[in-house]
Design a binder for this molecule. Structure first.
Ligand SMILES: *Cc1c(COP(=O)(O)O)cnc(C)c1O
Length: 400
């Protein structure tokens, strides 16, 4: 991949007609080292946030050895890239063929589930040639927890209720060599209290089941930084999770896991787009709802933006974006703050699209292509450069 100092140099060198994805390997490496060094347990990478092979290699090189995969395509991808990585199949509803292939061809032993039907499926699909159930299954029961502190809910689709959990945990214990409980508090959890609540529910489920639990997986949900969404430092999340974990009624050698997607990948990429037309306060740009800006269109996500021209005057105003396809829904309301004299032909950098951005691009209407280059400058915002920590520590009241 071509390497440039920053987005402006890319525009000067290429004057690109298509949107360009800018990757920052140093930012992904820093995020990985942060989790490896500071999370009080094991950190898995949730591949769906961004399945880029380059990113996965960077995370591996910086200490991420376990991967949360949710489809057989993700299993094949990561096993092909990293034959020594530990893969955990954490989608609670899987096809039998996917379970069989993951177990027999890719060495997957850890599976999540939220129903007795899924348990039966896993046990059947992994039976040996002798008809005996596999003796090495590592099962993880997904508990439904609240998403009330998160920007994107994951509360309604997966997870068993507290009324079903004890029975399911007992059933699983008969087939599991190693048994865990997992949950997901929703993506971009804006306070560590989200995990306190979920771990209290976990405690209730374990107490009611009275089975031995070998692992607690607090899932993803760790936030990144976006305009209007500045979370407390991740250290606060880690400290609270550790304290709650230590007080659970689980095996003395039980492990603590987390599965960040967003927090490990958001800072990895940004995007250069070009303004193709201006209509009042609306800018028609060449990427959008069917490209890397899916969340900006569908859930009104605010990504940071900056104009890449040197000669624009300072005052800013709020703009909305239209994407390139012929669909009215290809619209991003923003407002995105840009210089008021921005016009057709100008370029914009849109930051923090490494998680659920670059990964969402489609070919719809012929607009999928995006060259990728490496840049060396800092991401447009960061959880890992110490600035957030300093600001927040000066303002302790906001942590309460
Ligand atoms: C999506 C997902 C993750 C990652 O969530 P983030 O909010 O991106 O950290 C982790 N675990 C599971 C099971 C998921 O579905």
């Amino acid at each position: 991949m071509q390497q440039y100092p920053d987005a402006r140099s890319v525009v000067r060198a290429l004057a690109p007609d298509e949107p360009v994805i800018l990757n920052r390997p140093h930012a992904a490496a820093r995020a990985a080292r942060f989790f490896v060094e500071k999370f009080p347990g094991r950190s898995l990478y949730a591949v769906k946030a961004n399945p880029s092979p380059d990113l996965i290699q960077i995370l591996w090189a910086n200490g991420i050895t376990h991967y949360d995969v949710a489809s057989i395509a993700e299993v094949r991808l990561v096993h092909g890239l990293l034959p020594d990585a530990v893969l955990c199949f954490m989608h609670p509803v899987k096809a039998r063929g996917a379970i069989r292939e993951a177990y027999f061809q890719h060495g997957v032993r850890t599976f999540s589930l939220d129903s007795v039907e899924e348990l039966e499926k896993i046990v059947e699909a992994t039976r040996g040639a002798d008809g005996e159930p596999a003796g090495d299954l590592r099962l993880c029961v997904r508990l439904r927890v609240s998403s009330e502190y998160s920007e994107l809910s994951l509360a309604s689709k997966f997870g068993c209720d507290l009324t079903e959990a004890p029975d399911l945990l007992q059933h699983c214990r008969q087939f599991a060599d190693w048994l865990g409980v997992c949950f997901h508090v929703g993506s971009q959890a804006m306070t560590p209290f989200a995990y306190v609540q979920a771990l209290e529910r976990t405690r209730a489920a374990i107490a009611a089941a009275s089975v031995v639990i070998d692992m607690i997986d607090v899932g993803g949900g760790f936030p990144s930084v976006y305009p209007g969404m500045e979370p407390p430092p991740l250290e606060d999340y880690f400290a609270i999770i550790h304290r709650q974990f230590e007080a659970l009624p689980i095996a003395y050698n039980a492990e603590l896991w987390c599965e960040p997607g967003r927090a490990l990948s958001a800072e990895y990429s940004s995007l250069i787009v070009r303004v193709e037309k201006r209509r009042g306060e609306e800018l028609y740009i060449n990427d959008g709802a069917y490209g890397a800006l899916f969340d900006a269109a569908h859930v009104g996500w605010k990504f940071p933006v900056r104009a890449l021209e040197d000669d624009l005057i300072k005052p800013v105003e709020g703009f909305a974006f239209y994407g390139p396809t012929c669909d009215d829904a290809d619209f991003m309301e923003g407002p995105f703050e840009l210089p008021e004299d921005i016009q057709a032909g100008d370029y914009i950098e849109i930051g923090m699209i490494g998680a659920y951005g670059a990964a969402m691009k489609t070919e719809f209407n012929g607009f999928g292509a995006s060259p990728r280059v490496i840049v060396e400058d800092a991401p447009m915002a960061s959880l890992y450069d110490g600035t957030l920590l300093r600001e927040r520590r000066d303002n302790v009241v906001s942590l309460r």
